[in-house]
Write a protein that binds this ligand. Sequence first.
Ligand SMILES: Cc1ncc(COP(=O)(O)O)c(C=O)c1O
Length: 477
Amino acid sequence: MTAEEFRRVGHALVDWIAEYRTGIERLPVMSPVEPGAIRAKLSPSPPEKGSSLESITEDLNRIILPGITHWNHPGFFAYFPSNTSFSSVLADLTAAGLGAQCMSWQTSPAATELEEVVMDWLRQMVGLSRQFTGVIQGFASTATLIALLCARERSTNYSQERGGLQGEKKGLVVYASEESHSSVWKAARLAGFGKDNLRLIPTDENHAVIPKKLEIAMQEDDERGLRPCAVVATTGTTNSLALDPVGDMTVLARLWGAWLHVDAAMAGTAMILPECRWMWDGIEGADSIVLNPHKWLGTGSDLSAYFVRDTEQLIRTMSTNPAYLRTQHDAEVKNFRDWGLPLGRRFRALKLWYVLREQGVAGLQARLRRDLQNAQWLMAAVDAAPDWQRTAPVHLQTLCIRHVPAGATDGAELDAHNLRIAEAVNRGGRAYLTPSILKGKQIIRVSIGAETTERRHVEALWAELEAAARSLPLAVK
Ligand SMILES: Cc1ncc(COP(=O)(O)O)c(C=O)c1O
């Protein structure tokens, strides 16, 4: 492809993206295709000859677009907001255009130094003190795995430099909420602790860890000759955005010499609002924190922010130092390849820079506050409706609700009824939400916060939920 062709098709593709975004509301939020439908339209063998970019774009419209679930649709209320604002799109395009490989300072000094600066901006924005230093990881799952690897190495005085966990006499234990994200469970397994050494601590009626239960679990493990190694507190659990008591958990972690990691993947973004910071009270006692600008803040995936207290410890755990990677400035600079799992690194700081500069802290705060107000509006509507219940507090922008018609009792029938309501709304194409299970009961989970979602979209969702509930009477067995 020549630069001229690139310019022509590239401009057309930017137009395509702009039109896609402006017309997104006309598309069904959740892709309606059946499994295998997209694959069936694609050639099973690689193309022998090249084709025109126009024909590829035609196939993009014909084959790919129907198989897309539109996360930037104003009717997107599923999982979590995953906003990819226009400035983030442009920054990713620019990063791809530069094609820089940013593993070491020397392989693109600007990438490293911009990352240092924007991560420090983010640190200030969420109100963390200077004792924390940030680095970009791909996803929160990776950051949590890194946290548990660091915890393991700190507890064992760097067993990786000897026989690894296999050489350790005392078993190590990880503690997290029963409502913690599956990435915590996965990280505990992959970091070698084993499922048997992961304690899922019971939660209270607000779905937050009960500190006394954590204390008992740690005490019992110590008595059994095991070693409490890491505690993961979640600020904003996936199901209900429950808030674990970070301060209490920090105190317990410290008592046992355990690492305290805070998973604030979703709710961390809200900490740019000073009025929300009570939600992670005690955060300054954490060893590491993860929050995802690639969720609610507006930078597209993959951009997870990992903040650590002891950078030397992180580097000692993660670094390798083969001759071919050494450079003359190593003693003076940060080489982010030693701060994470992969060697290679995309220029991800660019999109955070673009988004923060384009929208400014005040612009981002205003959007988040709009979403919080929309959630409060929906909460008031649910609370005023006699046949609907809320099953969790609304701390931020997520609601867990359940339709309970008069006379209905908990059980499989009511669960199936709620699942049918969620599926009916999703099939309708105007909104997309997540059915889930909280404390054994089927719930309908509404997560507000797409960049394009205004009050009218939340009102329309509520009307759809009510209509679906009315049209789907509780089935009698
Ligand atoms: C609390 C929490 N932690 C971790 C994750 C995983 O994030 P990622 O996809 O960045 O690995 C999620 C995603 O929903 C989450 O809600």
